[in-house]
Design a protein around this ligand. Sequence first.
Ligand SMILES: C[S@@+](CC[C@H](N)C(=O)[O-])C[C@H]1O[C@@H](n2cnc3c(N)ncnc32)[C@H](O)[C@@H]1O
Length: 298
Amino acid sequence: MDEKRYRELFSRYKPGQGFDELKWTIERVEALKPQVIIEIGVKTGGSLKFWEQILPKGGVLIGIDPENFVLWDIKRSDRQIHFVQGKSQDPETVTKVAEILDGRRADFIFVDGDHRRALDDFVLYEPFLREGGGIAFHDFRNLGVFHLLWRNLPWKKEVTLLGESTAFAWKTEHVNLKELTRKSINREILSRTKYSWLAKTRSGKIIAEIDVETGKLNMLKHLNPKDIHVFRWVPLDPSLPNHTLFLNEGQELIAERTFKIRDGEIKIMYLCGWRSGNQVLRYVIDNYGNAFVEEKDL
Ligand SMILES: C[S@@+](CC[C@H](N)C(=O)[O-])C[C@H]1O[C@@H](n2cnc3c(N)ncnc32)[C@H](O)[C@@H]1O
């Protein structure tokens, strides 16, 4: 897009990205020679106008937003523009997008909707992206847990700190994003603790720790979990309390870890449990160092 046209469109349609930041993004989108583009978060249709202009006549453009504020008439475009009203993470929205695409795949996806849910958008819409296609995330600095996945993503990636910052990735290889997310978050949780699990026998020997990659309990000595008498959790952050749990006779350690994400933050850091009769008791420690026990029948 030549400079004059770019300036004209920028002042008329007022996209959400900064002037140089959008230009940086557009250079990369144009190089993909796109036929199909998806935008998550349309607002008044500022950036949508640029994607329309980059597409050839007859090209497909899908915009997703729960609110329809678009200030220009998308029906009069000579590109095929589809506005899907709804939250990008809702299954009905994903289904509608799949129906419109009808087996075609996107050359470019622009993610600029609910920034706290950029990670969900990535996992949900990446299957629609063709091999070699590009995906950009606006406001990159403020995407919460999305960064955990981004750090470990083995694709070609670039970030610009112009404007509000934008990240651009090219789908250079097949990746199971759900699996990568799970691993990335597990690694993050463990990196925040000084020790993973430390389990000791009654005589004080350390016999078990958590494997950083798999999250499984590793027995350092060939001892029965029934012999474990105590385990403790020592957070890296010294302002959080240590937690030590003593097991009584007949209680068997089972180790498990989980996490929950709310508002883009990891809330539950650790969860382990022990078996007692036909009950599993779970010991949960959250980000704030609160510990509590949940009981569940087997
Ligand atoms: C930053 S604005 C988008 C600006 C636009 N891309 C531009 O540059 O001109 C964010 C938009 O995301 C929409 N939004 C909020 N939650 C959303 C969701 N869950 N799914 C899709 N869009 C969402 C908002 O309604 C808002 O219009």
